[in-house]
Ligand binder design. Structure first.
Ligand code: SAM
Ligand code: SF4
Length: 334
């Protein structure tokens, strides 16, 4: 077991990178309005990392001291043979936690296999409990399928299930309490994520739809008094507890509360781009290294170590301006 803090994944600002978000596909069965354009152009198949390449990247990070890997996308569960990758990463010696973020549409079929493959915590995204509205926000999603998926995940016995919700003004802000009540009823956690200006969308104006964590917290705490906790899941969520429920309420606030100084994470896109920051383009091209040295882990590790120097101090999101980040969240590994 690699218990000691690795000196290898430390950046110029003395932050230790322990958490890797690995995008296993840019494809998705939904087209959420804040995440994608209606007509998306996805990466050419030849540019997409194979499952073996994704596994080698995961192995390299873990051997360098990463403790936590989250599989994401796009929708990770639409990738063919994803379960083989989950099983192989789940067995890496030194990895403390393997997690997954999903839109829930495939969970009735896959929850149990995911759990058996070593995933103990899972995040499921849900922005509305009203079928027609859910369809409008996701453009293609079927609410009932996701609700069934959430129930399947609960029945499977994951250690922790967290719902992820993006609140957009004029869209679903009237459902904040309903969504909190849903989490309480199901005895799961819920995190509210501030919308981030990733990718150019014309479906809505992000500056007008933006709903801050503070606004949401005020609405929730008017109904349920919230107590701040210092709990972390090695992510940027700030958690609150309620005195009459086990469910925790998290807020992920890249705009209103800058958490860059605590950032312990990097992302890898399905095209093998190692992104050092969600809100900057600083990156290293791992695919070229992988394909020049097929199956070899050492050149990959060298490239990852070298990339630590590229991690910028902080992101600069500004909703009033054109997005500086042209990649969409599904490309980024949200
Ligand atoms: N498809 C999976 C899902 O929806 O959970 C995993 C990938 S998705 C990109 C991960 C998370 O990013 C989701 O909870 C989604 O709501 C969030 N997300 C996508 N685009 C976003 C944006 N522009 N701002 C904030 N959150 C976003
Ligand atoms: Fe797909 Fe997730 Fe993006 Fe929605 S947020 S379009 S489910 S990748």
């Amino acid at each position: 077991m690699n218990e000691a803090a690795s000196p290898l994944l430390i950046d110029r600002f003395n932050r230790q990178v322990e958490y890797v978000r690995l995008s296993v596909t840019d494809r998705c069965d939904f087209r959420c309005v804040y995440c994608m354009a209606e007509e998306m152009t996805f990466a050419p198949r030849a540019d997409i990392l194979t499952l073996e390449e994704l596994e080698l990247i995961a192995r390299a990070f873990v051997e360098l001291g990463a403790k936590k890997i989250r599989l994401t996308g796009g929708e990770p569960l639409v990738r063919q043979n994803i379960m083989a990758l989950v099983e192989n990463i789940g067995q890496l010696d030194g990895l403390h936690e393997l997690t997954l973020t999903t839109n829930g549409s495939q969970l009735t079929k896959q929850a149990s296999a995911l759990h058996q493959a070593g995933i103990k915590r899972i995040n499921i995204s849900i922005d509305s409990l009203k079928p027609a509205r859910f369809k409008k926000i996701t453009r293609t999603g079927d609410l009932q399928k996701v609700l069934n998926g959430i129930d399947a995940a609960i029945a499977t016995g994951f250690k922790r299930i967290k719902l992820n919700t993006v609140i957009l003004k004029g869209r679903n802000e009237d459902e904040i309490i309903d969504l909190v009540n849903f989490a309480r009823d199901k005895k799961v956690d819920i995190s509210f994520i501030e919308e981030m200006p990733l990718g150019l969308i014309d479906e809505h104006n992000r500056a007008l739809s933006f709903c801050s964590s503070d606004e949401i917290r005020d609405i929730v705490s008017a109904q349920y008094p919230l107590t701040s906790t210092d709990e972390t899941t090695s992510g940027p969520s700030h958690y609150y507890s309620m005195n009459d429920s086990e469910s925790r309420i998290g807020f992920i606030s890249p705009h209103s509360h800058n958490f860059c100084h605590l950032c312990n994470r990097v992302r890898v896109t399905v095209e093998g781009r190692l992104l050092l920051c969600l809100g900057n383009e600083h990156s290293a091209d791992l695919k070229t290294v992988l394909r020049a040295n097929p199956g070899e882990i050492d050149p990959l590790k060298d490239a990852i170590i070298a990339a630590m120097d590229l991690k910028p101090e902080k992101h600069h999101f500004n909703l009033e301006e054109e997005p500086q980040i042209v990649r969409f969240m599904n490309m980024t590994g949200g």
